[in-house]
Design a protein around this ligand. Structure first.
Ligand SMILES: C[S@@+](CC[C@H](N)C(=O)[O-])C[C@H]1O[C@@H](n2cnc3c(N)ncnc32)[C@H](O)[C@@H]1O
Length: 274
């Protein structure tokens, strides 16, 4: 590949170096996203160019960890996009109710709000006791926070509103206890959640899953990588299994488009064909 811009070449070499030294593969992430994050870290750290930063990344593990955090955007919310959860309740829960045991995979769960939202929804629908939720991310710091299930009480007003708009049946405050400036999610929500470090680019499939949620993750991947990850999802789902993507994501331009029917196109919910 020929590079017109030297900084594009330097970014490519930096990503190659990160992969070879640390095993994290960002080579097929969206170039615009990677470029923005790398240039931002370069400016914050006072480097004159990317080549200078590369030496620091290779020789200073704390700096490399900081850059890895920069490349992983962990913004999330409880009941993010309430209309999506409403659709889950109306269109996906009736399908899940037909199975004796249910496996759900949250791929790219960040700090866990999506998995806790799912646990609440399943409890309200009487399905939680027969479900295992696998919540995975490649960002160990985010996963550690997810496991704790402690969130700032500044967010609770918004989360409560999201929950109500999503069709929540109880009082949202019954799902946590307040502790100084934080809330702690109930233990009963955590009991069937398995938190695990999993990299969508380099790790393998999860077998026989009924529902996969991978929302607001694929937007950071280029088209080729999105296609590879769709293969992972396709091979992890049972026949008739459900795939949920984020509002700006689609399977339309991947090889798997024909293998799914649309359960709710607007909410990006697809069903694997038999
Ligand atoms: C914006 S968050 C999305 C969180 C949640 N799914 C939501 O929609 O609110 C994106 C997450 O994807 C994770 N991620 C990015 N690349 C990944 C990869 N290769 N493997 C696993 N997780 C990845 C990031 O660490 C981050 O936590």
């Amino acid at each position: 590949m020929q590079y017109k811009d030297t900084s594009d070449l330097e970014i490519s070499l930096l990503l190659e170096a990160i992969y070879r030294k640390y095993g994290y593969d960002f080579r097929e992430y969206s170039q615009a996203h990677i470029r923005r994050r790398i240039l931002n870290r370069m400016a914050l750290s006072g480097f004159e160019d990317i080549a200078q930063m590369q030496s620091m990344v290779l020789n200073n593990v704390p700096f490399a960890s900081e850059l890895l955090q920069d490349l992983s955007i962990t913004v999330t919310e409880m009941f993010r996009d309430p209309a999506f959860y409403r659709s889950l309740r109306e269109k996906v829960i009736p399908i899940l109710k037909t199975y004796p045991f249910i496996k759900i995979w949250h791929a790219g769960c960040a700090t866990g709000e999506e998995a806790y939202s799912m646990a609440i929804l399943l409890q309200e629908e009487g399905l939680y006791d027969r479900t295992t939720i696998y919540a995975t991310d490649f960002n160990q710091l985010a996963l550690n926070r997810a496991k704790e299930g402690i969130f700032s009480n500044k967010l609770i007003k918004e989360y409560t509103s999201n929950y109500q708009l999503s069709g929540g049946k109880e009082s949202f405050s019954s799902y946590y206890t307040s502790h100084y400036d934080n809330v702690i999610m109930n233990q009963s929500l955590k009991k069937n959640i398995v938190w695990a470090n999993h990299n969508l680019v380099t790790d393998s499939v999860f077998a026989e899953v009924n529902l996969i949620l991978c929302r607001n993750v694929l937007i950071y991947f280029d088209q080729n990588l999105q296609n590879k990850v769709q293969s992972l999802f396709y091979n992890s789902l049972i026949n008739g299994g459900i795939l949920s993507l984020g509002s700006k994501e689609s399977i339309r331009f991947t090889d798997y488009f024909e293998h799914y029917s649309e359960l709710d196109l607007k909410q990006r919910i697809f069903k694997k064909k038999y």
